[in-house]
Design a protein around this ligand. Structure first.
Ligand code: MG
Length: 433
């Protein structure tokens, strides 16, 4: 190579750096100037909390999700009273340092509300960094490792025919992966109100019976394989309703139907039982949407006891944490299936999307169908088409918020006193979600 060519090659990246240096020469570091909290119902049934981190550069800000469907008002109060004052004045460029500093700010770490707040800051800082660089976040994370993000659909039906038709509709839309549920949480194991042998007084409502459930679900898969064939990749969510030995039994009985994964077959308190499941069958295991502490997922991944990590990005510490989990998954042959769920918001969905696009250990992403008003309130909300998710490709996360529209739909406490997690057995005892 000629000397002048060599010098030109060396000078090219330096020119880009020099441009940034020139632009910021003599200026103090870009800092967090203000933290805006935007709570909203999303135009209806949602419980969302967004955080807008405003910087010392006029007009430059980042958006993050601190949503927590069960404790939304606690998150708002935590940010307002404790975290926002801690963040003001911090250097926005130092994402890792701000993450670690916020992580230990409360001394006690890994709490659910704390993790929501930490995740919101982290997403907003990545959003700001992307906007400054003029790149989507996935480019900052290493660039695309795939062209779009495959999603799994949620098929449901009160009986086998309705479920088959629901699944068929999604397959025809282009979905290759479909989660199949026989009538909501615990469906297939539910006994109708007042039916069966009940105590003389007390609980008379819909009751869960695990023997019934473990009998019905394999029959459901047998029916679906006959009707739908083997091409579709089927998932099922147990919602942690089983005692550990029945979880082992169900996993074994599902093996012939070649599931893509069986989700949350164990409660988080009983995850050591994954060792027993691994010894008796090859049904792929997905777990983690209730996890908030690395000590919950590190042993399961490093001992190769689960196949899909199901943590929610806004519940484990944001994009920074999700990238680290993805690297751990890659090392040990596990894959990601970041949790979304019906309460999810578009900012957290995009945080997962940018990580999904840029990692080798990606497995699948859970779907969300947002109504029109959400797309109006949050322009840049990713679009779901033919079983794949597409972001806007704009710099940063690629999403904005219409605060005036969000203000028209304020956060209100959910009707019914947050009782959806309460499931009871025939004798009236609690079944853990
Ligand atoms: Mg689940």
């Amino acid at each position: 190579m000629l000397r002048r060519d060599l010098l030109a090659t060396l000078a090219a990246p330096l020119a880009a750096t020099a441009q940034e240096v020139n632009r910021t020469r003599g200026l103090p570091p870009l800092t967090i100037k203000n933290v805006r909290i935007i709570p909203t119902s999303g135009g209806g049934r949602y419980q969302w909390v967004f955080v807008k981190i405003e910087t010392s550069e006029p007009g430059l800000y980042g958006l993050g999700s601190a949503s927590n469907v069960n404790n939304a008002f606690s998150v708002v109060s935590a940010i307002e009273k404790h975290y926002a004052p801690f963040w003001i004045g911090k250097d926005v460029a130092r994402i890792e340092d701000n993450w670690q500093n916020t992580h230990v700010r409360s001394y006690w770490r890994n709490g659910t509300i704390h993790n929501n707040v930490l995740s919101a800051l982290d997403m907003a800082l990545w959003d700001i960094k992307g906007k400054r660089a003029g790149m989507p976040v996935y480019d900052l994370l290493g660039g695309k490792a795939r062209d779009a993000v495959p999603m799994y659909a949620h098929a449901d039906g009160r009986d086998l025919n309705a479920l088959t038709e629901s699944a068929r509709k999604y397959i025809e839309e282009g979905y290759r992966h479909v989660r199949v549920q026989l009538g909501g949480y615990g469906g297939g194991g539910m006994i109708a109100p007042g039916q069966g042998s009940r105590p003389a007084t007390g609980f008379r409502g819909v009751a869960f019976d695990e023997e019934l459930y473990v009998d019905v679900i394999p029959k459901m898969f047998e029916h679906l394989r006959v009707k739908l064939g083997n091409d579709v990749k089927l998932c099922h969510d147990v919602h942690e309703h089983l005692t550990p030995i029945m979880a082992v039994e169900l996993s074994k009985r599902c093996e012939p139907y070649r599931l893509f994964f069986l989700e949350d077959v164990l409660a988080p308190e009983q995850i050591q039982w994954f060792r027993n499941i691994r010894q008796v069958c090859t049904t792929p295991m997905a777990m983690g949407e209730l996890f908030t502490h690395p000590l919950e997922w590190v042993p399961l991944i490093s001992e190769r006891l689960i196949d899909f990590f199901r943590g929610r990005v806004s519940q484990i510490g944001g994009i920074t944490a999700a990238k680290k989990v993805a690297a751990l998954c890659e090392t040990f042959g596990c894959r990601t299936a970041f949790q979304e769920g019906g309460d999810n918001d578009p900012v957290n969905q995009l945080a997962a999307y940018h990580v999904d696009l840029s990692i080798s250990s990606f497995g699948i992403q859970e779907e969300n169908h947002f109504p029109r008003i959400v797309h109006d309130m949050l322009p840049g909300t990713a679009v779901l088409k033919g079983g794949y998710l597409y972001g806007s490709d704009k710099p940063g996360l690629g999403i904005e918020i219409n605060e005036a529209l969000a203000a028209k739909h304020p956060l209100v406490p959910p009707p019914g006193g947050d009782s959806w997690t309460t499931v009871r057995g025939m004798d009236g005892s609690l079944v853990k979600p």
